[in-house]
Design a binder for this molecule. Sequence first.
Ligand SMILES: [Zn+2]
Length: 412
Amino acid sequence: MVNTAALKDFLNAQLPNAVEMLRQMVGINSFTANRDGVNRLGKFTAECFVPLGFTAETVPAANREFGDHLMLTRRGRSAKNIAMLSHLDTVFPPEEEAQNNFHWQPEGDRIYGPGTQDIKGGTAMMWLVLAAFRARAPKVFEEITWKLFWNSAEERFSPDFGEVCRSRFDRDTLAALVFEAEGRLGEEHLLVLARKGRASWRVSVAGRGAHAGGKHNHGANAIVQLGHAIQRIAALTDYSRQLTFNVGTITGGTVLNRVPHEAVAEGEFRAFTPEVCAQAKAALLALAGPGEVRSPADRFACEVKVELVSESRPWPRNPGTDRLFGFWKQAGEELGIPTGCEERGGLSDGNLIWDAVPTLDGLGPWGDNDHCSERSADGSKLPEFVEVGTFVPKALLNTVAILKVTQDSSFK
Ligand SMILES: [Zn+2]
């Protein structure tokens, strides 16, 4: 087993290099729609890992408006391989960064800046862990084939990235490790073992327009009908099954002297298991058909149309993930780092791959306020930050746990 004191010393010594790497990454705007910026970050990321012996490959995203996915591989002596995942993109357009003066800004143990926590800090964590393997566990480092993947459009949930990963996994892939930020509960470091699936939907009502003064009773009011439909949709939320429906937007009508002939609402629903997702979908689709709002003149009925716009499957709790988490739990006990787990409502690339390879998420450092770029004078609004002090303990935990994965012959 590795000498953990020496490993910790090594990580402490390397931390400034990891932070400098992160500083340069945060300095490159990689908003999902900023194709050039994402590709520039991909190139810089590849350069960071080349000294560790990695070679780069890029794959165009299915949506050509996005940058390229990045893959780095280091062939080991054995076919046993470990996959690590991160993403290149952030949610902040360059104009927003400029407007909010949101940039690399160290303050005590925190560093504020776009992507510090989600997820460039996770990429820096990957580098720290691999550098530690090379220096302190060189035999295992040389034996394992390391496959690193960066999604160019994770924040827009680019499903083709799942195929990019899955086509490169094989039966010797021991684990897929996702470096999104960790959760916290008091002192406990929380890893992510499940994530909700999400579907977005659109409900459109076709009514019948009429003059609101002269022929009011001829109209079938699409907005009134949609009002009924969205009440039913909101009532589908069932916290006891961790199913949530959100009506996100609503539009309808044109001018005030018309009975409106159309109205549209859009939203999403989320749940942890395929069964609950399937039931939610069925209940939503059942709302389609003639509505109860009719014109008094001739009983003309509003028509309700329901469309599923996008569907991302859930990542439910499963034995492969639970077993993988066991190595982190055990490593945490040995190192005196309290390690727990959580199930998250937000999606990650873990949703795309968990059923192909045992997958664990939340391996990045800790930070907070992801997806926020604003800072208010009274401090009630703070932008995204990462806590620098969380890098070394988490890198130590990750390194020792990954060693356990590689040394457990029964694993998989
Ligand atoms: Zn992320």
